[in-house]
Design a protein around this ligand. Structure first.
Ligand SMILES: [Zn+2]
Length: 307
């Protein structure tokens, strides 16, 4: 137990992923001073929570003033509750109270894409802006909104699910626990790229192969990535029309496709978005890499401490 932080210079940020837990000590400048990583237990809630507790315990020191968690699911901030997660045994769990009771420190929780968004806004590709939209392209598509200089969380904290906007009326079923159809996530995620890769290069191919082939000049791969980029651009065009952001930041593993994806997205944004928002917005890759979620979880912790 650390009842009162001696210096309050650091927090513990925990990025809970579907396959690994990445955690570390983070300071107010977003610097990670200690880092630890372990596989995510997925067999039971008790095992998962125990692993998270042990991870935090291993990083506790007198300078730590709060703990923050980025969680791949929907959060009810009014109750500090994790409502539902994708592929993890964490459902309707009163996470914030549990961890507060466990460590006697302020605890902040947020959706993992929201955490990555605040990190990119503070220290990455969105630094210096007041209006930013972020999309993280991975197995699914996460999203985050910085509106008028702060993270927009909606009525209970469930806002920013930008992967679940409809880009195709009555289209393909979405993924995971989402029962919707024609959502961006089903059409422009890394999973969608995996599917395109299998269709072109056989059952063992995935999004990495698709990107590699496109980079090597394979015309089919270039076209397939371009089609995904067009869908992405249609969604971004709508987001630009709604929010008039200064910048749209594209992160996540599939963002490694770079301009092979983004140039097609930009082309479609020019068609779908209205001026002057269209002419102002920049569509850029994320800058912080795989540690964005960890740094963002740290910022969520500082937010809890400052509150
Ligand atoms: Zn969906």
């Amino acid at each position: 137990m650390v009842a009162a932080a001696v210096e309050a210079t650091h927090v513990i940020g925990v990025d809970l992923g579907g396959t690994k837990i990445l955690a570390g000590l983070v300071d107010r400048e977003g610097r990670i001073t200690r880092e630890t990583q372990l596989p995510t237990p997925t067999s039971s809630t008790a095992e998962l929570i125990a692993a998270l507790e042990q991870t935090v315990e291993g990083l506790l020191e007198p300078s730590v003033c709060a703990v923050g968690f980025g969680i791949p699911g929907t959060i009810d901030q009014t109750r500090g509750r994790v409502e539902v997660t994708v592929n993890l045994p964490l459902v309707e769990f009163d996470f914030r109270d549990w961890m507060r009771g466990r460590f006697d420190l302020p605890v902040g929780i947020d959706n993992d894409a929201n955490a990555a968004t605040v990190a990119e806004w503070a220290f990455g590709a969105g630094a210096g802006t007041r209006h930013m939209v972020m999309l993280t392209l991975g197995t699914g598509i996460g999203g985050g909104l910085i509106l008028d200089g702060r993270l927009y969380r909606g009525a209970v904290g469930a806002a920013g699910e930008l992967g679940h906007i409809v880009v195709q009326h009555d289209g393909h079923p979405c993924q995971g626990f989402c029962m919707g159809r024609g959502h961006l996530e089903a059409l422009a995620s890394g999973t969608a790229a995996d599917k395109a890769a299998r269709e072109l290069f056989g059952e063992r191919a995935d999004a990495h192969d698709l990107v590699r082939q496109a980079q090597a000049g394979n015309e089919d791969a270039v076209v397939a990535l371009g089609e995904i980029g067009h869908v992405l651009g249609s969604a971004i065009g709508s987001l630009v029309n709604i929010f008039n952001p200064e910048v749209v930041v594209i992160g996540g593993g599939f963002a490694a496709a770079g301009d092979l994806l983004l140039d097609h997205a930009r082309e479609r944004v020019r068609r779908e978005a209205l001026e002057p928002a269209r002419d102002l917005v920049r569509i850029v890759p994320a800058e912080l890499g795989p540690e964005a979620g960890l740094v963002g979880a740290g910022l969520v912790a500082f937010e809890a401490f400052d509150a």
